[in-house]
Design a protein around this ligand. Structure first.
Ligand code: EPU
Length: 427
């Protein structure tokens, strides 16, 4: 029997205590992929023990890498990795596996992969990847379901790449490919997420020559395979987890301390919540938040998702839950993905008043009391948003399909129980 979460509403400002944020999924996954560029084993610490990380490690293991993983530390020795095909099975298991194509192509001169399958949050095309590889001198052939990308004799060549759209995995993939390419690569309109800067720092500390990561222009001078020089690399805190806890606290905590995080990474969320009337106290590596005594004092604001440092699309669903409890109308505009509002119907069943304007925009009218319901987690971010909605609601909610939540959040029910959430995992 698949597991589910059963959550009883918190009945006001009842949560309290401290919750520590885990390492970032979307940094750890790229760190694992980076190991392919190394001529030494690579050790990562503060690695979240979540399904997506296990799957990424398993993919590398099946492709020939030696791996140890436990107590939030992963050591990946990819020297023996010889496989150059990502099977549909692999690509389906984890969309982030697309980032493997860069390091594999750079190291072996060839990679074969299927078009990543459809995804619940939108189309997620790969045109930027195909165009980028061509610019680096590779030949792209499509045969059946697969793309065959072959570098020129002598390997990938540095190139000038301008991304029409700022793509997170695109930026990371080409930054890694360029590390082993011949000559200079410049990525313009690069994504600027903190995970990208972290990845560049890790690569630079191991012998890569990358400048500008964290800005829209990244320059990479190609060179030799990397050497970790016995160092280990600590994964940065998960800003999406931190932001989701902040929203939870703003709705249901007497006082909640969110610890081991980087406030600067969720500055845009802090500004938005502050504008609604939430009181947030900033520490150096923590935030403390309380729900207002009466929810009705929260004021709606309209928001739009944006590339970093704007509001992360991964925080859109939790923030929409928040807006159901604020007074007034909030227009939520999802600008990054077109399929990321499918959870709205479930919130309306819980009592929210949300009108779908078009595939990218919803109008939330609040405040509306929510009541516990049976829910299906559509993706990991909306899954955690349902957990927040269930805590806010009157009565009990049951959330199914929690594999989706486990993909991105470590032992979430244990950690939430410790701050007072009435949540159990059951079959
Ligand atoms: N895009 C294209 N062509 C491409 C690549 C992207 O049109 O070749 C479009 C996308 O369809 C989207 C936009 O560009 O409209 C930006 O997408 P991006 O490539 O930045 O998304 P991603 O790299 O596939 C990562 C995270 C997502 C996060 C987004 C946006 C990973 C593994 N995934 O996805 O995280 O939502 O950036 O910040 O890093 C999650 O963790 O739950 C998650 C979905």
């Amino acid at each position: 029997m698949p597991e589910h979460f059963s959550i009883r509403g918190a009945k006001g400002r009842t949560l309290s205590g401290k919750i520590a944020v885990c390492g970032a999924k979307n940094a750890a996954l790229k760190g694992v992929a980076a190991s392919i560029l190394f001529r030494t084993p690579l050790t990562l610490t503060n690695v979240p023990e979540i399904e997506d990380v296990s799957r990424m490690l398993e993919i590398l293991r099946t492709m020939g890498a030696q791996i140890t993983f436990g107590e939030h530390q992963a050591t990946i020795d990819a020297r023996g990795l010889s496989e150059t095909t990502l099977t549909p099975d692999i690509a389906k298991r984890l969309r982030a596996s697309i980032v493997l194509t860069g390091p594999i192509l750079a190291r072996h001169g060839f990679v074969r992969f299927p078009h990543p399958g459809g995804c619940v949050i939108g189309e997620r095309p790969i045109d930027l990847f195909i165009e980028g590889y061509k610019k680096m001198g590779a030949q792209v052939k499509q045969s059946g379901k697969f793309y065959d990308i072959r570098a020129q004799r002598g390997g990938l060549r540095g190139a000038e790449l301008f991304f029409r759209l700022q793509s997170v995995t695109g930026t990371e993939t080409f930054m890694m490919a360029a590390v082993l390419a011949k000559g200079r690569t410049v990525i313009k309109n690069a994504a600027m997420e903190p995970e990208i800067k972290w990845l560049a720092d890790l690569l630079n500390a191991s012998g890569a020559h990358i400048s500008g990561a964290g800005t829209p222009t990244i320059t990479i001078e190609g060179g030799d395979p990397l050497d970790a020089q016995g160092k280990s690399f600590r994964v940065i805190p998960d800003r999406i987890e931190a932001g989701s806890f902040l929203i939870l606290g703003a709705l249901a905590a007497k006082r909640l301390l969110i610890d081991e995080m980087v406030p600067e990474h969720i500055e845009s969320l802090i500004e938005i919540l502050s504008a609604t009337g939430v009181k947030i106290v900033r520490g150096e590596r923590s935030l403390s938040v309380s729900a207002p005594k009466r929810w009705q004092t929260l004021r709606s604001v309209s928001v739009r998702t944006h590339e970093y440092p704007g509001l992360a699309t991964d925080l859109q669903a939790p923030l929409t839950v928040f807006m159901t409890q604020a007074l007034g109308e909030s227009l939520v505009f999802e600008t990054i993905f077109e399929g990321r509002l499918s959870y709205i119907e479930s919130l309306n069943r819980m009592g929210a008043n949300i009108a779908m304007m078009d595939p990218h925009r919803v109008l939330v009218k609040g405040p509306t009391p929510l009541s516990g319901k049976q829910l299906e987690s559509p993706d990991l971010r909306a899954g955690l948003a349902f957990v927040i909605a269930a805590v806010t609601a009157e009565g009990t909610s049951v959330i199914h399909n929690i594999y989706n939540i486990d993909r991105g959040y470590e032992r979430i029910e244990e950690r939430l129980r410790a701050i007072g959430v009435d949540i159990v995992r059951a079959n």
